[in-house]
Design a protein around this ligand. Sequence first.
Ligand SMILES: Nc1nc2c(c(=O)[nH]1)N[C@H]1C(S)=C(S)[C@@H](COP(=O)(O)OP(=O)(O)OC[C@H]3O[C@@H](n4cnc5c(=O)[nH]c(N)nc54)[C@H](O)[C@@H]3O)O[C@H]1N2
Ligand SMILES: Nc1nc2c(c(=O)[nH]1)N[C@H]1C(S)=C(S)[C@@H](COP(=O)(O)OP(=O)(O)OC[C@H]3O[C@@H](n4cnc5c(=O)[nH]c(N)nc54)[C@H](O)[C@@H]3O)O[C@H]1N2
Ligand code: SF4
Ligand SMILES: [Mo]
Length: 677
Amino acid sequence: MNNRDYQITHHVCPRNCYGSCGIIAYSANDRLMKIEGDPDHEITSGKLCPKAYLYVKQVYDPSRLKYPMRQVKRGSGQWERISWQEAYSEITDKMIQNYDRYQSNLSLCLTKYSGNFGVVHNSVDQFFNGLGPITKVAGSPCWSAGLDGHLYDFGDYTTSDPSDMRHANVIILWGVNPVWTAPHMLKYIEEARELGGMVIVIDPILTKTAERADLYIQIPPGEDGAFATLIAKRLVESGQYDESFVDQYTYGFEAYKSYLNSMSEDELLDACDLPSDVADELMYLIAKKGPAFIWQGFGLQRHTNGGQNIRAINALAALTGNLGKKGAGTHFAHQATWSFTSHLKHQEQNRSIPVARFAEFIDQLKDPPVDFLWVSSRNFMAQDADVLTIKERLEQLSMIVVVDTQLTETAKYADIVLPTTTFFEEEDVVASYWHHLVSFNEKAIDPYYESKSDFTIASELSRQLNAKRPGFSSFDGELSIEEYIDQEFNAKIYRLLNIDHWSELIKKPKEAMLDDVAWQSLQFKTPTGKYEFHSETALKDGHPALPEYKPSMKPSEALPYWLLTPHTLYSLNSQVFSETFTNHEALTLYVSPDVLSTKQLTDGDFVKLYNNQAEIECQVRQNSSLPEDIVVIFHGSESKQRALINQLIPGYETDMGLKGSGAKGIAFNDVFVNFTK
Ligand SMILES: Nc1nc2c(c(=O)[nH]1)N[C@H]1C(S)=C(S)[C@@H](COP(=O)(O)OP(=O)(O)OC[C@H]3O[C@@H](n4cnc5c(=O)[nH]c(N)nc54)[C@H](O)[C@@H]3O)O[C@H]1N2
Ligand SMILES: Nc1nc2c(c(=O)[nH]1)N[C@H]1C(S)=C(S)[C@@H](COP(=O)(O)OP(=O)(O)OC[C@H]3O[C@@H](n4cnc5c(=O)[nH]c(N)nc54)[C@H](O)[C@@H]3O)O[C@H]1N2
Ligand code: SF4
Ligand SMILES: [Mo]
């Protein structure tokens, strides 16, 4: 077939991912035939990651859910097909019964996160808000500490247009692995390099990104604060900081300076465990060889001191005047294009469960207890911490409904699963959290078998509830998708996108009218309007006012190894696209060869990896770039053994997160283990 014989539609990848890539789909006779990158997308320009090329296969994967199903007994694995009407009937009966029993809907709990970040999927939150107050899992397992670090220092979080990286002379990839997690950024990084720029990677493990760097700094996990504070101390004490920038645009320098003076060089050096001249070299590069573009990755801040570490790094940019100019800045994420109506609405009366403390709250909340759980765009049994305790606590609930395309690890514990559409089967709008484009997602094909979009489910459920009990739901179940999208758009977002109607986004994404350079005006959103070394807001929220160094957690004699579980090339969180990538007998545990020989193990041996949480089986592989006290399993590499890794994660809370996302995050990278044959 020629391309002209296909129906062509424009899409946007809705995953929780830096790219939010533009995709073109070709279909014929209501069947998706092939996809390719959209060459008109200014950032992703026609290229996709390896996972995306498996999307077509995924749409028609035999493992996809086709019909609503009821589990005969929870956890039994015995499922029976039911009709949508039966499913709705059971669900609405349960909801209404619970209301009658408790005289509120607080026994209903919603957990929703990042399976699909499309704006139309917010209809799920809107539906539950329309029953409110309800109970809601608050916060994010992903990025919360970093957001708050930026909120305290800058008053907001924002990013330059990523293409601005090409203007950098020094690019520091600090705890981020774009070769795997943000491949579209490589072209800008390479461009900067062709113009003479230098790339530095700071990461405890030699990632694929680190392999390509000009300078790789192997830092112990969680000690970025020690390293950054050491550099800050030397900058200030040697007078190499940018005095005029600091005078004009920052607040609290004197306090920070005396804090730095009070810190011991030796202790900081000892903590970051790096040669002294590496700190000097990085100081020289940032202070003298800029502009320096610092990209702070999400992995960096998933620690109990992650927010403070982010602040210490921000301070380096402020001390050296690397803010508000081309090719400079510290960049984490933004939500400037997320001002859709549902994002602006907060249901203050909802009862919150902090994401890191789900199991604990299920157990402790009374009056009323949580009794009914709705799971949407979420696979917490594979993705969250302390999942064995979660599994136990789920027994306290009397109904669990999971909406997904697959019978996930979480769906295994559901009473009812509802099959949902992929983004080829529904219309949506997606705003990136990294670049500045907003895209429309067209519908290419009809829903697979009996699957329905989250929006359709919310609408139908609302109508069914109101038919049974007039006025029960205030979510307007009669809206068409176009009317729903109309409601999500508002004057602010139209202004930002410089359009009159969202239909102008169809076929071609629109770039928001944001400054290409973050903080270009050097007017910060803090109470003082300056970059704040000293933040009264942080102090009020119970944090140190200054980016004080907070030591990381440490391995112990009993559990002498850090377990890092970073994201992998081959999957997008738990959304595994191809078993051929991950079809191993057991999880692969990478360890240093020295540790292998101390333990008298050989490459390929099967071992028990354990801590106080759990024990799992792994196959060891030696990796000579690993330090002796770090072992690695790539998260998402589990394939058939999905939930395994996260059984080992105790789930300490990150230091920050409440301000920006409503709860502290999960310190996925503070995990200690041991292993034996
Ligand atoms: N050990 C360890 N654990 C981690 C991390 C780590 O680094 N290490 N990283 C953490 C991070 S950064 C994140 S963001 C979280 C992610 O945690 P989650 O957001 O829970 O994970 P995902 O796997 O992205 O998506 C969840 C589910 O959404 C489903 N889904 C996809 N599209 C739709 C849709 O349109 N509607 C509905 N209803 N469902 C849909 C998918 O099939 C999938 O089952 O995991 C965290 N977990
Ligand atoms: N292929 C692929 N792409 C993805 C995802 C995926 O699962 N697969 N997930 C998406 C999501 S939800 C997210 S959040 C992003 C995550 O993408 P990134 O921001 O790249 O974050 P991670 O991959 O979690 O971690 C990056 C690096 O941080 C390092 N790290 C851990 N602790 C520390 C520390 O204390 N200091 C320093 N300096 N480094 C540390 C890890 O070793 C790892 O190499 O990627 C998105 N894109
Ligand atoms: S997973 Fe990320 S890189 Fe891959 S297509 Fe989707 S947004 Fe782009
Ligand atoms: Mo994430």
